[in-house]
Write a protein that binds this ligand. Sequence first.
Ligand code: ADP
Ligand code: MG
Length: 475
Amino acid sequence: MTNTALSVWQACLSFIKDNIKPQAYKTWFEPIKPMKLSADALTIQVPSKFFYEWLEEHYIKLLRVALVRELGKDAKLIYDVRMENAYSSKQPHTVKIPSSNRKPMYGQNISVPLEFNKRELRNPFIIPGIQKVKIESQLNPNYNFDNFIEGDANRLARSAGIAVANKPGGTSFNPLLIYGGVGLGKTHIAHAIGVEIKNKYADKTVLYISAEKFTQQYIDAVKTNSRNDFIHFYQMIDVLIIDDVQFLSGKTGTQDVFFHIFNHLHQNGKQVILTSDKAPVDMQDIEQRLLSRFKWGLSAELQAPDFETRISILQNKLFRDGVVMPDEIVEYIAKHIKSNVRELEGVLISMIAQASFNKKEFTLILTKQIVDKFVKNTNREISIDHIQKTVSKYFEIELAVLQSKTRKRHIVQARQLAMFFAKRMTKASLASIGAQIGKRDHATVLHACKTVDNLTETDKQFRKYVEDITKKLSY
Ligand code: ADP
Ligand code: MG
């Protein structure tokens, strides 16, 4: 019986199959096509240059043994690298890479021990104990489209997300970049897309990961010399979701590896979904070539929801938690918390907790206290004007008197306290504080701060002033 490319390759495969893990066999050997056999040389077609490099790096010894068994010690292997999805309109791009041009593939000594199966594919998300290699999606099923309330501010991002979920990799939204401020639902939509894809296409490999974790994994991979495993792992994914890509700013190594992974996925029709707290134009320290890739697909902005949407979000949450709350209270919250959905939810959670711990009704007073606390925390910066007024009121003196040139002791003290708090609670310079509190120079402000520090330590009454005013200012 004469050998054909097919028969030789099949014989090699049955040998190879017995010597490596089924998943590795499936990933790396099933896609290979035997093309041609001439004398001692077998030509095999591989799907990409990366694939060829991977084989050379990890399975060359095994291939050699298999081939020598079939074709004798002068056996040669020729790769035909086919870039299938890259430029479909052009002729298939074929490169012949004689093995002898690469590493010494067939040395004189062929009795190299077979070490290949010592080395498994390292994969950061493999579930241990399961035979088949399976990637955990890292998705949170609580973030889905059903509980993502639609409004004008998120309509584009939400519908683009749904379109991508219906046809991952099959729309022009690739990559889909969702950007917007904190707490507006970027992470929620990112998960929702993944969850929906998993519902529709159970066998697609979906992975959600924060850019931070991705970076950490990459750093570890470099440390342990498994950069190739890292790249290979990410190139196997059908739907890659990376949250908070602004985190890659300034991290050139990670950007570089992501660039390659991105290109591979994109060329192979895989879907990439990204989120960021900034629009691509505003991203700092991200390489131009990566930014330009981000712009290939669709950038959809999430804006702060309008009043009606905020009401719906609150009502939806209450409904899901089985809590009933008077309309006027829901409206009060929606009216005062405007720019962050996470805070909107935070107020609700605090209220429900307070009311149930203290067996209290939901009252407007309770609501106001909780809302104030949330608003205060976000508007930390206090104005110098507010400080002066608070101090004047505390000592029951006119603001104009506090700012005047008078040297009366209790007024000097009040003025010094105002300066001290201005220094402590604002970012204003000494000079600017002096200019605003009675047109003094920066040395006077510095002196005031030192005096207050000293008096707080030595004078009990004075310490009480500082404590009282601190409370008033942070209320
Ligand atoms: P980001 O990632 O943009 O900082 P998140 O996705 O973490 O924001 O959203 C913050 C919180 O607000 C989450 O609990 C999320 O479920 C909720 N949220 C945001 N937008 C909506 C929306 N339109 N409908 C329902 N919940 C929302
Ligand atoms: Mg987020």
